[in-house]
Design a protein around this ligand. Structure first.
Ligand code: FES
Ligand code: FES
Length: 159
């Protein structure tokens, strides 16, 4: 066992973890943040994407112990309590989800994409989300949802 302190969604957590514990299991099982999903055991689906020190990572590919001293943001911490992030609104407005299983990972990956490229083309959105698989939507509405969020985030507050 090792003791780690990780700031998750702005709040520090100190826990004992096994050296082999994956970040996704730490978040889901020790912190009860079950919005981060596990959709595969081959690091392919992207349902587990969170932000680690501001960058999107597949949390099934990171050991919890590697996150000691780091800042992690999960889908639960993307928007202030009781509010929706523009991406969450976009997925709602543009029907970017059906079963919703892939959605937390899609949104966290898209948030990182928009951080780096606030005005992406459709091709850039598709490229930015190519590590995230969706079995339901055919992706078209996911691209629309991300475009909606990019446009909304470009409007200065108060307009
Ligand atoms: S659970 Fe599928 S990539 Fe992490
Ligand atoms: S909405 Fe079902 S997997 Fe994407």
């Amino acid at each position: 066992m090792a003791t780690i302190t990780v700031t998750v969604n702005g709040k520090p957590h100190t826990n004992d973890v096994e050296p082999r514990t994956l970040l996704v299991h730490y978040l889901r099982e020790q912190l009860n943040l079950t919005g981060t999903h596990i959709g595969c055991d081959t690091s392919q689906c992207g349902a587990c994407v969170v932000h680690l020190n501001g960058q999107s990572v597949k949390s099934c590919t990171v050991l919890a112990i590697q996150c000691h001293g780091a800042e992690v943001t999960t889908i639960e911490g993307l928007a202030p309590q009781g509010q929706m992030h523009a991406l969450q609104e976009g997925f709602w407005e543009k029907h970017g989800l059906q079963c919703g299983f892939c959605t937390p990972g899609m949104i966290m990956a898209a948030a990182d994409l928009l951080e780096r490229n606030p005005n992406p083309t459709d091709d850039e959105i598709r490229h930015g989300l190519e590590g995230n698989l969706c079995r339901c939507t055919g992706y078209e509405n996911i691209v629309r949802a991300v475009r909606y969020a990019a446009e909304k985030m470009a409007v200065p507050a108060g307009d």
